[in-house]
Write a protein that binds this ligand. Sequence first.
Ligand code: PLP
Length: 401
Amino acid sequence: MTAGPSKRISAVPPSPTFAIKAQARALADAGRDIINLSTGEPDGLPPAAAVEAAKASLEVGEHKYTPVAGLPALREAVASFYRTRWSVPCVPGNVLVTHGGKQALMNVALSAFDPGDRVIVLTPAWVTYVPQLLIAGVDPVVVPCAAEDGFLPDPDRIRAAVDDRTRGIIVNSPNNPTGAVIPPDRLRAIAQLAVERDLLIIADEIYDELYYTDEPPQCIAGLGPEIAARTVIINAVSKTFAMTGWRVGWMVAPEALVKAASVVQGHATSGVASVSQRAAIGALSVDRSFLGPIRRGLGRRRDILADALDALDGVSVAVRPGGAFYLFPRVDGLFGRRTPAGDVLTTGADVASWFLHEAGVAAVPGEGFGEPRCVRLAYPVRSEILREAGRRLAAAVAKLE
Ligand code: PLP
């Protein structure tokens, strides 16, 4: 017996987001001034009510295990949000509180499917969906969304990919990495297909409050009770409330699936820490009007960075994203160009590496999202830093032959 990895884990690629972060950190440690646009974190602070609730939890001495499925008050706060905001028929028994949205997705991969089942992943997609499915022994079926179509899913293309082994589909709107917001008519077509082919819809709505469209992104479970009955909504306090480190997320699903996922969670991690759950209850109690200025600020930053990228010869932001806080420009216009050291850029990874080493700007290669012609840049960063990033990238691109 050696201490090597299992065959299953050997097939799973490590996170490309963490890989670029490590390279950026190594350069920064060596004294380089690095602008980090690789991280998917809001730059603001959590609502004061969240911090106060956490303090109160410590003061009253909540130090013990919590119920696996979450504190009843948090389950009710989540259920009440979906009932009132999206008319989703929802009670606390439909909610499982998890360690971030990530654990909710892993719970679903492990508890809703059997090894050999197929789940559709629409690419470009967040880097973790495919690895989680592989860990669970589930076969991902990749259905690309065309850049020319604003990276929106094409229901006909999805239909063509469904076969007798297909059991689910992951839908992420607003999308990481593209920022695309799926319009209600396309969501409805996907939901209709899910009904026809008996698919579970895994709706990752973690960026639901960060949007620049006139209308908020539609919650797919809000399209009707027959859709809600086959949907798992995934969300968290991470992005909406700038609480990535508190590790509180949830899944909202039919009760049988919540119970199955609780079995996984009960054996994997148990319940989320009380202090974090109390903070989440505090966050959810806040009137969401505070998000208006945050959206407007992010919208301005999106435009600053998009303008800077569009001005680069060989780079293009096809469509200004309607949500989240990422740009996913095409960089294949730089492929074939040569650096002063004589290296020819041929992939998104080459371009991201050139951006990092020459411009000191950290972006994530598109490969991990399933689209090697692009790179991802996150813009929850102060405007002057984004402008500086634009200047540095322009100087770097000007050096390419
Ligand atoms: N889903 C998407 C699309 C994300 O981008 C992320 C985090 O970046 C997550 C889920 C996981 O979020 P959490 O930090 O709550 O685990």
